[in-house]
Design a protein around this ligand. Structure first.
Ligand code: ZN
Ligand code: ZN
Length: 349
């Protein structure tokens, strides 16, 4: 087997902090026992890549966890993969044996929080450690492009969110916020057979996108959202409210928009650490309302996402607005951060 020439260097986009991303040369990683080297073909920019408070103090680092590519080098002992295999890979993988993993909470596992591939998706090559090779690879069917495959991770997270919130056939859904995750939630709710799907956003561009991708109605965040939802949904509020925005006003709107017996999914972190008053007596007590949250996704949820993409039940291609080269990573991050006329921004290193 031919090895990647380890004297060669590659380019990576290194994040130092808000507005400071530098293209740097670094050695191409080599494959130790049990490892794989992947030539990165596409990496999606995630909203969390521009949550600077979340990244603060961790830099310099190479971001990019929504990646796909081709296997180019195989470490000793790896039997299941060959050069040229088209794959997507998880950056974090669980232990599968701890208390959390055994109780369907792989995404809060300590191992999941410690593991990572190297150096990150915004680089020409990356190395998958043995544990990632063992339990974090998704083979791509020929019909799924590298660009579409970057959605396996974000759609997996969205799938987990709706699963934990109990969404399913015949339920009405309100999605607050129509960025990438909001739009994926809209499409997934449709794919799961929700009766009514309504979204909100302050941006006209995103409201139009939500309508185009299957929302029955896309409301302005300034509308009387609960009242409008009731008009559309035969007098009832939403069975499932999904928060992809974290402002106090968005959270308050969620409280006022949930139907008896329904649930609210906190999919996004709250902004600014502002305390939110929980209206236990006014809204929740006697009404059997559940508040739930979700973070990341497990292996099965990523596989489910891949299948939804393959079957085009979720049309991820329609959400790609920008495909940029590695040198333009800073521009891509800026596009995502300003949240103007962009949806999915993909880097092709
Ligand atoms: Zn992500
Ligand atoms: Zn675990």
């Amino acid at each position: 087997m031919t090895m990647v020439d380890n004297n060669r260097t590659m380019k990576a986009a290194v994040y130092y902090g808000k507005g400071d991303v530098r293209i740097e040369e670094m050695p191409i990683p080599s494959a130790g026992p049990g490892e794989l080297i992947v030539r990165v073909r596409a990496s999606g920019i995630c909203g969390s890549d521009v949550m600077h408070w979340y990244r603060a103090g961790r830099g310099p680092l190479v971001l990019g966890h929504e990646m796909s590519g081709e296997v180019v080098d195989i470490g000793e002992g790896v039997k299941d993969y060959e050069k040229g295999d088209r794959i997507a890979a998880s950056h974090h993988v669980p232990c599968n044996t701890c208390h959390y993993c055994l109780n369907d909470h792989h995404t809060v596992c300590d191992t999941l929080r410690r593991t990572n591939f190297f150096p990150g998706g915004f680089a020409e090559y990356l190395r998958l450690p043995p544990i990632n090779v063992e339990r974090g690879i998704y083979r791509l069917p020929d019909s799924v492009s590298f660009e579409e495959a970057t959605f396996i991770e974000p759609l997996g997270c969205v799938y987990r969110g709706q699963r934990l919130a109990g969404n399913g056939l015949g339920l009405s859904v309100l999605v607050i916020g129509s960025g990438i995750s909001g739009l994926l939630h809209v499409q997934l709710a449709r794919a799961l057979g929700s009766s009514i799907v309504v979204s909100t956003d302050i941006s006209r561009f995103r409201r139009d996108a939500a309508k185009r991708l299957g929302a029955d109605e896309a409301l302005s965040a300034e509308d009387d959202v609960p009242a409008r939802f009731k008009e559309i949904n035969s007098g009832r509020l939403a069975d499932i409210v999904i928060l992809t925005a974290g402002s106090v006003s968005a959270i308050t709107q969620a409280f006022r928009s949930v139907e008896r017996g329904g649930s609210i999914l906190f999919f996004a972190p709250a902004s600014g650490g502002t305390p939110v008053e929980l209206p236990v007596n006014d809204l929740f007590w006697r009404n059997e309302i559940s508040l739930t949250s979700s973070y990341a996704a497990n292996y099965d949820e990523h596989m489910k996402a891949l299948e939804l993409i393959r079957q085009k039940k979720v049309d991820v291609s329609a959400m790609i607005t920008h495909i940029l080269g590695l040198e333009e990573t800073a521009k891509g991050l800026h596009l995502v951060e300003e949240a103007g006329e962009s949806l999915k921004v993909i880097i092709k290193p």
